[in-house]
Design a protein around this ligand. Structure first.
Ligand SMILES: C[S@@+](CC[C@H](N)C(=O)[O-])C[C@H]1O[C@@H](n2cnc3c(N)ncnc32)[C@H](O)[C@@H]1O
Length: 386
């Protein structure tokens, strides 16, 4: 087994470099002009070392090395492709982790799993229509690019397999209406549509360019009749303004997959990095923006409906703190009461494929690990009571 480890694993003295430079250049303009070029990805690493070191304690070095190593993908199987993609994927040693995790009954229906109830009643069923293939633990093989079938549809979509978990845990039932509030580039939208349960799906994202990408993705994977206007609506709203732009108290399920520090991207890519100086304000505003988006989701969902909050960051400030703040504000400012749904019975099904963070008091976290380098992926499910 071989891992590709980023050389920056060995780079430890950014802090010293920044401190030294600040002391030397005391005049502000000169300091700015001679400021050392700390790349956005180095700044991200420095920032993560400071905050995640405290947050994860002795777990951090292992998570850090995994974050800086090659990410593992999953192949979301396209039910609408005519090619025999399953045989192809199985022949290279992959297995479908969704079906493998679920005990399917003899009549082909998935069993339901009931968690420790009390006030946090939890019942999760896993759809048999979503299949995602991964290489076994410790196997770092890569997938080949997907091929088109004779109708031009691709056989699978490559994504972080952990991204599928919030969609599975949202547990959309036949005939339900769903809002995907921050949907682009569309991995989770595609998974929602593969489940073939939604009666109506509203797909929204603020970025027009990312929305164009989502539309191209849908065209490459879905037959035209699935994208008709009565089944699928696509908009480019600022999701924080849902109250002014979209219907409230309406959807059975809402997915709020917010913009975040995208920890892996921030460590590995300089382009479009949220740690670049030009995006400092945007980065600092993330928890506020995330809270507003989650509040929109709670307004859009009907009473008794459920909202899934998701991020791909390890940051407590962008995860648990946002959920706590949104629950409090929803109750105090909007009169919307919510409860957290217990996802432990759900995660128990997938513990052979993913590493889940221990002792999470709110929500679930998939931690990157060298033998199963998926995530980070945080998700927390809220049920609207009133
Ligand atoms: C983590 S990505 C979503 C990933 C997507 N759900 C998927 O699975 O492919 C977050 C998205 O939020 C969008 N976004 C940022 N601010 C927004 C806002 N105020 N309203 C709606 N979408 C927003 C970004 O354009 C970005 O596409």
């Amino acid at each position: 087994m071989s891992f590709r480890v980023n050389p920056r694993l060995l780079y430890k003295n950014i802090e010293d470099l920044v401190r030294f430079t600040q002391k030397r250049h005391r005049v502000k303009t000169k300091w700015a002009a001679t400021r050392p070029k700390v790349s956005p990805s180095d700044l991200a690493l420095h920032n993560f070392d400071a905050s995640y070191g405290l947050q994860f304690g002795e777990l951090w070095p292992s998570v850090r090395v995994s974050l800086l190593s090659e990410q593992k993908y999953g192949a979301l199987f396209n039910n609408f492709s005519y090619d025999d993609t399953v045989t192809q994927l199985q022949s290279v040693g992959c297995r479908d982790f969704v079906t493998a995790s679920v005990d399917i009954t003899s009549d082909g229906a998935p069993r339901s799993f009931t968690g420790d109830t009390s006030s946090h009643h939890s019942k999760v069923s896993i759809t048999p229509n979503v299949r995602c293939f991964v290489f076994p633990k410790g196997d770092t093989s890569r997938f080949k690019a997907a091929r088109q079938d004779r109708h031009g549809l691709l056989g699978y979509y490559l994504m972080d397999a952990a991204s599928l978990l919030p969609v599975l845990a949202l547990d959309v039932q036949k005939g339900e209406s769903v809002l995907d509030l921050c949907a682009a580039p569309g991995g989770k939208t595609l998974a929602l549509l593969q489940a073939q349960a939604t009666r109506f799906l509203w797909v929204n994202d603020w970025s027009e360019s990312r929305m164009s990408r989502l539309q191209r993705t849908l065209l490459s994977f879905l037959p035209d009749d699935l994208c008709s206007e009565d089944k699928l609506r696509i908009t480019c709203f600022d999701g924080r303004k849902w109250q002014e732009l979209g219907p409230e108290n309406t959807f059975d399920k809402v997915l709020v997959d917010v913009p975040c520090t995208t920890d892996r991207h921030s460590l590995m890519e300089e382009n479009n990095n949220i740690f670049s100086r030009s995006r400092t304000k945007e980065r600092q505003n993330l928890p506020l923006c995330q809270t507003q988006l989650l509040l929109s989701g709670l307004q859009a969902v009907r009473r008794g409906g459920e909202v899934m909050y998701a991020t791909c960051t390890l940051s407590q400030l962008q995860n648990q703190c946002v959920v706590e703040q949104a629950m409090r504000l929803a109750e105090e400012e909007l009169g919307i009461c919510t409860e957290v749904v217990d996802l432990q019975p759900f995660t128990a099904l997938f513990k052979d494929t993913f590493h889940f963070a221990p002792d999470m008091n709110l929500g679930v976290m998939v931690l990157p690990h060298l033998t199963a380098n998926f995530g980070p992926m945080y998700f927390c499910k809220l049920r609207r009571l009133a």
